[in-house]
Design a protein around this ligand. Structure first.
Ligand code: IMP
Length: 431
């Protein structure tokens, strides 16, 4: 297959880093299509650890083109720092290896300030638990038609007019939150400075990608966050501000949906969530604690402890459908080793009725109680398994039951952070 989209199929942190790295080795182009530096992807290559937030994972592999698409919101100062850090680790990044879509909206310092001030001012129940990186306010400016985009950095008069337009909106907002008015000239000066560093990477990404596609190059679309944080299909309003589902890969770079050949959904063998919001299978007991400890469940971007719970097949059926998932990569199976009994949520009970999906109404989401199916666990270690023969019979039964319940085949099973510790069933890039 020529073009593969990788999406997180839960609330993010499904272990995309390892899978994306493995796939990016075989891709020619790696493109980010949504989100921003709220993402955190850790890659371990030849013993070196790379922590990426805004850069596509492909940058650390030589000979690839990495692309930041228009669906992303980009903090140019953060990006230049990230580039500096990976360059210090010996990675070559140049306009030949990294392109940024000219129509990408920029995250400004005022977006982060607004994001954090709102979260601080929010009361319990309205706090989202954002990463505080200005993602939401920047997307608001994009749809409000007052964003400053990469291309605007090239012309002084356009840039100043765009800044004035943005501040007409932001200054009254800031006043209401008790934040001082923006130093307009200071912001313009900061933007002019960073323009010199960013503009060399600016490109008509839609055009480049369509040409690559036509010449048979393999494109990997690297999703961030997870489908349950999608602005439309997630647990709204406790979501991120972009579309996360696979359809966004097309609009987030400017290719047609018919260019997507395979959608790989990354799925953790249990469930985690950072930040606020409904989580029907959350465990606040010793089992939840054990999943968190064994799975090292702390956020890469904010260091926050992740909430943990049982696998939710009802939600997975939903995300596999809305993203058109062709196959899943099941990760962190080894974290389930040693549980006597495992539970899988197969649906919900709401007001005495059985539902096979999570409804959108907020009050119903919080009142839905999971209906569980119990599955016998296994005492053997699955860590490092590389073939079905390495797995205990009950672990295979668990994987097969997951496939059945979510109505989607397993393409890969990951059994440790090491890239070789993977059971490969279907290669998403295979013809
Ligand atoms: P924002 O994207 O910073 O606006 O945060 C909105 C919600 O998405 C919060 O619950 C965050 O914890 C969550 N979130 C954002 N990025 C990630 C991610 O990369 N992994 C997991 N959760 C994320």
């Amino acid at each position: 297959m020529a073009n593969v989209v990788v999406v997180g199929a839960q609330w993010g942190d499904e272990g995309k880093g390892k899978i994306v790295d493995w796939l990016s080795e075989r891709a020619d182009v790696i493109a980010r299509f949504q989100g921003g530096h709220n993402a955190g992807h850790t890659l371990v290559i030849d013993g070196k650890v790379y922590k990426l937030h805004a850069l596509p994972s492909g940058v650390v592999r030589g000979g690839k083109l990495s692309v930041i698409g228009n669906g992303v919101v980009l903090d140019p100062w953060h990006l230049m720092n990230e580039i500096k850090t990976v360059r210090e680790q010996g990675v070559d990044i140049s306009p030949e290896t990294l392109m940024i879509a000219e129509n990408t909206p920029l995250i400004l310092p005022i977006h982060g300030e607004l994001d954090r001030a709102r979260e601080e001012a929010a009361s319990k129940g309205t706090k989202i638990g954002t990463t505080g990186r200005g993602i939401g306010p920047c997307y608001e400016d994009k749809v409000g038609r007052r964003a400053i985009r990469v291309a605007d950095l090239a012309d002084k008069a356009t840039l100043e007019a765009r800044v004035d337009r943005a501040l007409q909106h932001h200054d009254p907002l800031r006043k209401g939150l008790g934040i001082e008015a923006v130093d307009r000239d200071g912001l313009v000066a900061q933007l002019k400075d960073i323009a010199k560093e960013i503009l060399p990477f600016a490109a008509p990404v839609w055009k480049v990608l369509n040409e690559k596609r036509k010449s048979g190059k393999r494109i990997l679309f690297e999703g961030a966050q997870g489908a349950l944080l999608d602005i439309d299909f997630g647990t709204y309003p406790f979501v991120t501000s972009s579309n996360v589902i696979a359809g966004q890969a097309a609009t987030g770079v400017g290719i047609g949906p018919n260019s997507i050949d395979f959608v790989l959904g990354i799925v953790k063998a249990y469930t985690t969530r950072v930040g606020e919001g409904p989580f029907p299978t959350e465990l606040e007991d010793a089992d939840g604690q054990r999943l968190g400890e064994r799975g090292h469940e702390f956020g890469t971007t904010t260091g926050r402890k992740r909430r943990c719970g049982w696998f939710d097949a009802a939600l997975l059926r939903q995300t596999c459908a809305t993203s058109g998932v062709s196959g899943i990569a099941l990760t962190k199976l080894d974290v389930l080793d040693g549980f006597e009994t495992l539970k899988i949520c197969v649906g919900y009970e709401l007001d005495g009725e059985r539902l096979d999906y999570l409804p959108f109404a907020a009050d119903q989401q919080t009142r839905c109680t999971p209906i569980y199916e119990e599955i016998p666990g296994w005492s053997e270690s699955t860590e490092g398994a590389r073939s079905w023969a390495d797995l205990p019979a009950n672990a295979i039964k668990y994987v097969r039951r997951v496939e059945e319940l979510i109505d989607c085949p397993v393409a890969l099973v990951s059994t440790s952070p090491e890239r070789e510790d993977t059971i490969l069933v279907t290669d998403p890039f295979a013809d």
